[in-house]
Design a protein around this ligand. Structure first.
Ligand code: BGC
Length: 348
C-alpha cells in the first residue's frame, strides 16, 4: 500500500509504502529509503515497532541521525573527506569534524528515491532507484543505484544493493536501522544479548578514523564471539570506548567478503523473546551503540531517545578504505557492478 506521508521543506512529496509478509510489517519512505517502522511479534504475539524513527517527514528532514536510512554513496567515514583514485585527488563534502561521514551533507539518506512495488512468487518488496550525478558530494562518476527491499515468505527482510558507474569511483552502501527489539522507546538495549563472528576490529583515533591496525578482540569490549550483553561490552574499561562515548567500531568479520550472504551476528532481547539474525556478503559491520542519542529526539511513542536506547549493525566495507590500500577495496569501475546483500531474519 502506498500513501502520501508528507512533504519536504521545498514542497517535494514523500510517500510511504507498507508491506507485510510472514508476520513482519515494514514501512518504507521514498525519502532516504528510510525504514520508518518495522513491526515484529513478541513471544505472546504482541507487535512492536523495533526500529527508532519519527512520525513526520519534518523530523526526518530536520534532525535524524540516519534513523532507518539507506546510507551512501560511502557509508561510514573518509578521513579529511579526501582520497586519491587513479592519480586524481578528490575532495568530498565534510560533515563530521574534518571528515566525511555517510556520503556527506546530503547523502543518499536525504534524497528522494524512485520506488516501485514488486512481487516475486511468495515474496513482496520494493525497488528503490536513484542516479547520483558525477561530482555529487564530491564523488566522481554518475552512479546508477538500485536497492531492493524484500520481505520474504518467512518474514525475513533482505536488502540487495547494486550500482554501476561511468567513471572510476568508490561505493559503500549500507542501512542504518537503530534496533531495539523490545520496541522503540522501551528504554536501553544494554540487556540485549549479542553475538558477532569477528575476531578482529579496526581501532580508531579520536576522530573515529581507523588507525590501520586490525586488532584482536580478545580481552576488549569488542569480543562478542560468545553471546554477551551489550552492557557487558560497554562497561569494560578501554580507551577505545572514550573516542565515541561507547562502541562505534567496525568489526572485521571472520568470513571476509563473500559471494553469498553468510550469518555474522545474532541479537536477542530476553524480555520480549525477539531475535534478529544477520547475514551479509560484506567483510565488516559497524557496531554503533547509540552513543549520541541525548534525549533531544522523541520517537512516535512519545518517549525521548537516550544514550543506549538502540544499536546499529551496519554491514559494510571498512571505514576510510579509499585511503587504506590494505583494506578490501571499495573501488568501482565502468563495466563492473557493485553488489552487496544483507538479510535480517527474525524469530522468537
Ligand atoms: C556512526 C556514528 C554516528 C551515527 C549517527 C554511525 O554510523 O558510526 O559515529 O554518530 O552513525 O550519525
Amino acid at each position: 500500500m502506498k500513501e502520501l506521508f508528507g512533504q519536504l521543506a521545498d514542497g517535494t512529496k514523500v510517500h510511504r509504502w507498507s508491506l507485510e509478509n510472514g508476520g513482519t510489517r515494514l514501512k518504507v519512505l521514498s525519502y532516504g529509503g528510510i525504514v520508518q517502522s518495522l513491526e515484529l511479534p513478541d513471544r505472546s504475539g504482541q507487535y512492536a515497532n523495533v526500529s527508532l524513527g519519527f512520525d513526520t517527514v519534518e523530523e526526518y528532514e530536520a534532525s535524524s541521525p540516519y534513523f532507518g536510512a539507506l546510507v551512501g554513496r560511502y557509508g561510514n567515514r573518509i578521513a579529511q573527506g579526501r582520497f586519491t583514485l587513479d592519480g586524481e585527488d578528490y575532495r568530498l563534502s565534510v560533515n563530521d569534524g574534518d571528515n566525511s561521514l555517510h556520503g556527506g551533507t546530503e547523502g543518499f539518506d536525504k534524497r528522494v528515491w524512485d520506488v516501485e512495488e514488486v512481487t516475486s512468487g511468495p515474496d513482496v518488496g520494493l525497488v528503490l532507484r536513484r542516479t547520483s550525478a558525477d561530482g555529487e558530494m564530491g564523488f566522481p562518476g554518475t552512479l546508477t543505484t538500485k536497492v531492493t527491499y524484500t520481505l520474504t515468505e518467512r518474514g525475513d527482510w533482505r536488502i540487495d544493493y547494486e550500482a554501476t558507474t561511468d567513471r572510476a569511483t568508490i561505493v559503500n552502501l549500507t542501512n542504518h536501522v537503530y534496533w531495539n527489539l523490545a520496541g522503540e522507546g522501551a528504554g536501553s538495549v544494554h540487556d540485549h544479548e549479542l553475538t558477532i563472528a569477528a575476531s578482529r576490529y579496526t581501532p580508531v583515533d579520536a576522530g573515529l578514523i581507523p588507525t590501520g591496525e586490525l586488532a584482536e578482540v580478545a580481552d576488549t569490549p569488542f569480543d562478542f564471539r560468545e553471546p554477551k550483553t551489550v552492557g557487558e561490552g560497554l562497561r569494560r574499561a578501554d580507551p577505545q570506548l572514550l573516542h565515541a562515548k561507547g562502541i562505534d567500531h567496525n568489526l572485521v568479520l571472520d568470513k571476509g567478503l563473500t559471494e553469498r550472504p553468510e550469518h555474522i551476528a545474532t541479537l536477542r532481547d530476553p524480555s520480549s523473546g525477539r531475535t534478529l539474525k544477520l547475514a551479509t556478503t560484506e567483510p565488516g559491520v559497524q557496531f554503533y551503540s547509540g552513543n549520541f542519542l541525548d534525549g533531544t529526539l522523541v520517537g512516535p511513542g512519545g518517549r525521548a531517545y537516550r544514550q543506549g536506547d538502540a544499536l546499529c549493525l551496519e554491514t559494510q566495507h571498512f571505514p576510510d578504505s579509499p585511503n587504506r590500500p590494505e583494506f578490501p577495496s571499495t573501488v568501482l569501475r565502468p563495466g563492473g557492478t557493485y553488489r552487496s546483500t544483507t538479510v535480517h531474519s527474525f524469530g522468537i
